[in-house]
Design a protein around this ligand. Structure first.
Ligand code: NAD
Length: 454
């Protein structure tokens, strides 16, 4: 499999891909190693995860460079991702023992009642490329600490990083038969779906997620899906600083080139502040340094997937055809690589794909609304339910909107943010199940109910 640098179109490295034989062999090893790993005391498993975290931090320069070369992520954002993802490890260090230890529910009376949280077994972690540290850690670190063995399939666009995870986990003390990496594209993912595993944890697109859920349904094992979004942001007319609101909104839309599951994907602005907001927003976006991801100043690098360029250019053309106004961007940048200038559209409406379908790239539509009711109606008009944000000086007014939206996450005066302390979950086409928080710690366990009589 050729790993291509999205900034140059050049080959980074060629990797051997797994095949049916190697997949079976690796899975057998995981199946033989899992119960031994589960018997390692919980405190020791947590220490191993801490050691892994330290190794990652010690190798920050090398790992961020690798991530940047295979995904095109600007180097500074690659460093931010790696250092930021460490908060999952801190969460595990501080919370895992509490939520994975057995719970005595009733100790008096003739029957003691006790809950024990047992690992699921060997789980598949089929993952995405856009934030491989964040979305990978959310699954494989929490699964390992709960005593599972993990069949990790990194995205074909983040395989070098996936192999580094394996190297550093093994070095930290995770047994080689408790974590394995499966290299390849959809065909290798399919082999994991065929295998007899004890849980499927997927991060990626709605289309693949739905396919996986159907395919593994017969097995009756836990399935979790972290899928896409079309996350709305509504800027109310009472914001204290319109310019600041515009800068924050732009960052939420364009950080990581818009390739975040919780990126701001559509913006509604109260008509009273619309012109001022758009002017500040466009000025900000036009100032973003675009170019070589290895240049520390670069904010906008190339898209990771070449095929996404056409999807986004189609959305832009469709919007313009239907009357949208191109405020900035709208075309490719540079001679090589998969670059697209950050694009801002106004005069948009919900007949346009750019306001309804996930863009997952550097394009945003900004629509004017007359009041909160209109904003709410438009925010609700989506098949997705990952996050929604409201910027306002008034918490009550913002919450009145957020409470009525079927999303897993609600933001007041912030956006595009994930915390390990809170559940990460999507509704509707954004997914099934929970990672992070105490719920995400327990997501990788089966509760066993003990009724004990002396
Ligand atoms: P994708 O669906 O193309 O691929 C995801 C993974 O699935 C890859 O490892 C791929 O090889 C594998 N795969 C593809 N077809 C398969 C099949 N038939 N059987 C088994 N495995 C298969 O998604 P992507 O491009 O890697 O990621 C982008 C998407 O992920 C976006 O929609 C984004 O919103 C979403 N995402 C969601 C979250 C979240 O937490 N909700 C986080 C990150 C990304």
């Amino acid at each position: 499999m050729d790993i291509i640098n999205p900034a140059t179109g050049q080959l980074v490295e060629s990797l051997p891909v797994d095949n049916a034989e190697s997949v079976n062999e690796k899975i057998k090893r995981l199946q033989s190693g899992q119960s031994k790993w589960a018997k390692v005391p919980l405190e020791e498993r947590i220490s191993i995860i801490s050691r892994f975290g330290n190794l990652v931090r010690e190798n920050l320069e090398e790992l961020s460079l690798l991530l940047s070369r295979e995904t095109g992520k600007p180097l500074q954002q690659a460093k931010n991702e790696i250092t930021g993802a460490h908060n999952r490890i801190v969460h595990i260090e501080t919370a895992a023992a509490k939520w994975l230890s057995q719970e005595m529910v009733t100790a008096d009376g003739p029957t003691r009642e006790l809950i024990v949280y047992e690992p699921l077994g060997v789980i598949a972690n089929i993952s995405a490329w856009n934030f491989p540290y964040n979305v990978g850690y959310n699954v494989f670190l929490y699964a390992l600490v709960a005593g599972n063995a993990v069949a990790y399939k990194p995205s074909e666009y983040a395989s070098l990083t996936g192999l580094k995870f394996r190297e550093l986990l093994w070095k930290a003390g995770v047994p080689e038969n408790a974590f394995e990496c499966f290299i390849g594209g959809p065909a290798v993912g399919e082999m994991l779906l065929e295998a007899d595993l004890d849980g499927y944890f997927f991060t990626g697109s709605y289309r693949t997620g739905k396919y996986i859920a159907k395919k593994v349904a017969e097995k009756l094992v836990p399935v979790q899906l972290e899928l896409g979004g079309k996350d709305p942001l509504y800027v109310m007319d009472d914001v204290l600083d319109v310019k600041q609101a515009a800068l924050n909104a732009a960052e939420g839309a364009f950080y990581n080139n818009g390739q975040s599951c919780c990126a701001v994907e559509r913006i509604y602005v109260h008509e009273r502040i619309f012109d001022e907001f758009v002017a500040a927003f466009v000025t900000e976006v036009e100032a973003y340094p675009i170019g070589d991801p290895l240049d520390p100043k670069t904010f906008i690098g190339p898209l990771t997937r070449k095929d996404q360029l056409d999807i986004i250019l189609d959305q832009i053309q469709d919007a313009i055809r239907q009357g949208a106004r191109l405020e900035t961007g709208g075309r490719r940048w540079g001679e090589k690589g998969f670059y697209l200038r950050p694009t801002v559209l106004t005069g948009v409406n919900h007949k346009m794909a750019v306001m309804k379908e996930e863009s997952f790239g550097p394009v945003i539509g900004i629509q004017s609304v007359a009041n909160d009711e209109e904003a709410l109606t438009l925010m609700k008009d989506t098949d997705y339910g990952l996050t929604a944000a409201v910027f306002s000086a008034n918490e009550k007014r913002a919450k009145n909107i957020l409470e009525q939206l079927p999303t897993g996450t609600a933001y007041w005066n912030c956006c595009d943010r994930v915390s390990p302390n809170l559940p990460w979950t999507g509704r509707k086409n954004s997914g099934l199940g929970v990672t992070l928080s105490h719920l995400g710690i327990r997501a990788f366990t089966h509760p066993k109910a003990y009724h004990l009589r002396d």
